[in-house]
Unconditional design. Structure first.
Length: 86
């Protein structure tokens, strides 16, 4: 698909350096709080929702495989899911 979608609540460069550094011109932040005077983003602000996200092109990740495809179908698919209780 050519892009990535990541959760940003509590995001820091120390925890997720590649995602943190991918947030630049060309990425889109969703439901993320920021200071209107400085433009500084607050990844700990959950006043809107804890479902804060960023979308960015795959090319923003160092060493990404582009195009992101393989010549075969996967043998296994793992889905990570969560309900309202965790």
């Amino acid at each position: 698909e050519g892009g990535c979608y990541a959760k940003t609540v509590g995001l820091t460069r120390e925890k997720e350096p590649e995602i943190y550094d991918a947030i630049r011109f060309g990425s889109i932040l969703e439901n993320v709080g920021f200071d209107e005077m400085t433009g500084e983003v607050d990844y700990d602000d959950v006043s809107i929702t804890e479902n804060t996200r960023v979308a960015y092109p795959l090319k923003f990740i160092p060493n990404a495989r582009i195009p992101a495809k393989v010549e075969h179908h996967p043998k296994q698919i793992i889905l990570l899911t969560c309900d309202a209780f965790g």
